[in-house]
Ligand binder design. Structure first.
Ligand code: GLA
Length: 386
């Protein structure tokens, strides 16, 4: 496999394909610490931005074409600004952002763009949101128009919902824009109010383990779970007319109306309801320095995703199980949409070297796969690279 290109080389990569002096914008990938599959239901999430990112270098053209070179794909895509359409291709994320900007009445000029990413693609670290946000900032730099952070995040989400056809929530784009170094981002996905909460780096390291698998059913199952959960919300609305989303339903309310919901729909809803509570309890524990309690909630989150929401897979379960058997691990869970991708682990810093070695060895023994393992601090959100 080709090693991932370095984002620091974005300008040379641009110049290898296009004339002119580009401006460069950088947006990070993310790892969600807790609060999985809640953002679509007005819930709470607690992600951080990671050190890996996508960069987009851009310079204007005189015609009405966007030419995008992807250094990762080593491929040039030509996107006609007046006839943008989904092609089932990596460039859809860039085309989607351009289409949404134009739908909002922002006239874009043609452009040459070079995108480079060291976020593993399809690894559950939101390479797509990093591409959307870096591309959106690049396009906006060519016109006399700016968007605030919330509008930028919403634009990226719309590109994915309306153009790419993935019914994702707002978490990935929001954290790619608003993250801050050293902090996790507690986001209320209903109001979009957020709070940046310090993660005590000296006491717990965030270690991400990539299972190296990505099962194909990811996108279709994501949309299917969402459909189940929204069907459950409609059934619950018939009993509790005051609710707007699962965010408004307590565990007690769900239990009392359990017989009115098909069994699998009840489990989908139970995941969302209990996960929202875990985010709030987790952040409270973090603020009080109760890291063991926070880790227990991460563990419970994985169990709920595995048995109630059913978005885990064999490789994620193996990785989590190995992690939990190792010393110094406070909590371990799958992160992101599921069906492959990464796990996130909170590990006592002095145990990290042994953890890395041991989990890589045991996962390889169990699956025959060599996992990518990296330690990340919470990083800052998207910005221009100067
Ligand atoms: C994907 C989506 C997010 C979120 C997560 C699950 O990453 O893009 O909006 O729903 O899955 O928490």
């Amino acid at each position: 496999m080709r090693t991932r290109p370095a984002t620091a080389d974005t300008i040379p990569f641009f110049k290898a394909h296009f004339p002119g002096e580009p401006r460069v914008f950088r947006a990070p990938g993310r790892v969600n610490i807790i609060g999985e599959h809640t953002d679509n239901y007005d819930g709470y999430v607690f992600p951080i931005a990671v050190s890996m990112a996508t960069t987009a270098a851009i310079a204007p053209r005189r015609d009405r074409t966007i030419r995008v070179w992807s250094e990762n794909m080593r491929e040039l895509a030509s996107l006609p600004l007046d006839a943008l359409e989904r092609r089932g291709h990596w460039s859809d994320y860039v085309a989607g952002v351009a289409a949404m900007l134009q739908a909002d009445g922002i006239t874009l000029p043609g452009a040459d763009m070079c995108v480079v990413s060291d976020v593993p693609i399809g690894g559950g670290l939101s390479s797509s949101a990093a591409l959307e946000i870096s591309a959106a900032m690049a396009f906006l730099s060519l016109v006399d128009h700016s968007l605030d952070g919330v509008a930028l995040a919403k634009l990226g989400r719309r590109a994915e919902n309306e153009f790419v056809g993935m019914n994702c929530g707002i978490m990935d784009q929001f954290v790619a824009v608003h993250a801050e170094r050293g902090k996790g981002l507690l986001l209320d996905c209903r109001t979009l109010d957020y709070e940046l909460v310090p993660l005590p780096a000296g006491e717990a390291a965030v270690v991400v383990c990539n299972t190296m698998v990505k099962h194909e059913l990811g996108a279709s199952e994501y949309n299917a779970r969402r459909a189940d959960t929204l069907a459950g919300t409609e059934l619950l609305k018939a009993i509790y007319p005051e609710i707007r989303a699962l965010r408004d339903v307590s565990s007690g309310m769900l239990e009392q109306s359990a017989h009115r919901l098909p069994e699998h729909i009840r489990r989908r809803c139970r995941h969302v309801i209990t996960e929202n509570q875990r985010v709030l309890d987790g952040v409270a524990a973090l603020k009080e320095g109760r890291l063991e309690a926070f880790g227990d909630l991460m563990n419970a989150s994985h169990e709920s995703l595995r048995t109630d929401y059913e978005v885990s897979c064999k490789e994620l379960d193996i990785m989590v199980e190995i992690a939990r058997s190792l010393p110094g691990v406070l909590g371990a869970r799958m992160t992101g949409g599921g069906f492959g991708g990464c796990t996130v682990n909170l590990v006592r810093p002095d145990r990290v070297p042994a953890f890395r070695e041991e989990i890589a060895h045991r996962y390889h023994q169990a699956t025959g796969l060599k996992p990518d393992i990296f330690v990340t601090e919470p990083m800052e959100g998207a910005r221009e690279v100067v």
